[in-house]
Design a protein around this ligand. Structure first.
Ligand code: SAM
Length: 318
């Protein structure tokens, strides 16, 4: 039970509000190993596909021997992808302390199974809890650290509750990002979501299929920030989210020296990358496509849900 009022910390930054607490609670309640990873989930192919898209994005932007900041890193599910991309230092931050505990355990297990050296280099990994949309990064990491890449996978949209949180996100993304460094991420495609909402009969506010559901509270006004909806994904998510009005995001990002270089729907990332040899092989390695057709394939419902997302990349030009 938390007070309805936003608290202001001694440093003057607003601490987490009710919706943020819901999001935090939701991600803290996630089991250590998702049902979706046990192979019996309805979204196993979609989960693998989303991981493949992230691998494409990471593969294209990682700098060998470089440093990475992962905001909203969850249980550290991308750690192996970054390790494979040959980076030297990884810092993951998330608001959910239970997720961070699991991430630390994952890293400990990885260290036991292999060496901490990554392609001959030392691989340094840190995880920490932080509400990255309320507090500046400097409260958790040293200012001397500069990043080649900042990554936000399926997490930036939680910042679009209001402008000040979106600004704090962008401040944290860019404050330690090198000139020429990249900011990569994945978010739901607000454009597609709003099109679906507008196509609904007059009194209806929800759409989806057997694996996902999106429910709005109203459709009279379309604010650029705080446009809330409830998102449910089988075996994965059930919490409030906010539309990321992309043009607004791009304009705000420009104020922080970021220039958009790449933006594609997941379906188009697939069409573009599936014939490149490395990524083609990865489709099989990551079990997006099974060698043996008897082992199943992605359902129509999963493909539709995967089409909800876009991948993007910005460069810090100023
Ligand atoms: N990036 C991970 C991945 O791709 O598997 C996790 C994605 S999960 C859908 C979204 C994550 O964003 C959750 O772990 C959640 O706790 C985190 N998150 C939400 N609001 C946050 C905030 N204010 N600060 C830091 N992390 C936040």
């Amino acid at each position: 039970t938390h007070s309805k009022r936003q608290k202001v910390s001694r440093s003057g930054y607003r601490s987490t509000n009710d919706d943020t607490i819901l999001v935090q609670y939701h991600y803290n309640s996630r089991p250590k190993v998702d049902i979706s990873k046990r192979g019996e989930s309805k979204i196993i192919f979609m989960r693998n596909f989303n991981n493949w898209v992230k691998s494409v994005l990471i593969g294209r932007h990682a700098v060998r021997g470089g440093t990475v900041l992962d905001l909203g890193c969850g249980k550290g599910g991308d750690l192996l992808k970054w390790k494979k991309a040959g980076i030297a230092r990884y810092i993951g931050l998330d608001i959910a302390e239970v997720a961070i505990k699991h991430a630390k355990e994952r890293w400990r297990d990885m260290k036991v199974r292999s060496t901490i050296k990554n392609k001959g280099r030392k691989f340094v990994v840190e995880f920490n809890t932080l509400d990255c949309f309320s507090f500046p990064l400097s409260t958790k990491i040293s200012r001397t650290c500069e990043f080649d890449v900042v990554s936000m996978q399926f997490s930036l949209h939680y910042a679009f509750e209001n402008k000040s949180r979106a600004r704090m996100a962008l401040r944290n993304i860019t404050s330690n990002l090198k000139q020429g460094g990249k900011f990569i991420g994945t978010i739901p495609d607000a454009n597609w979501i709003v099109k679906r909402l507008k196509a609904l009969p007059k009194d209806e506010l929800a759409f989806g299929n057997e694996i996902y559901n999106i429910r709005f509270e109203q459709k009279e006004t379309f604010p650029t920030f705080g446009h809330k909806y409830w998102f449910w994904l089988a075996d994965a998510v059930d919490c409030p989210e906010y539309l990321v009005h992309f043009r607004t995001f791009e304009r705000l990002a420009a104020e922080y020296g970021l220039e958009l270089k790449y933006k594609k729907r997941f379906h188009d990332v697939y069409n573009e990358a599936k014939d490149e040899q490395t990524f083609r092989e990865l489709l099989y390695v990551m079990k997006v496509i099974r060698e043996n057709p008897d082992d199943g394939e992605m359902s129509e419902a999963e493909w539709e849900a995967a089409g909800l997302y876009i991948a993007f990349a910005f460069e810090k030009v100023r």
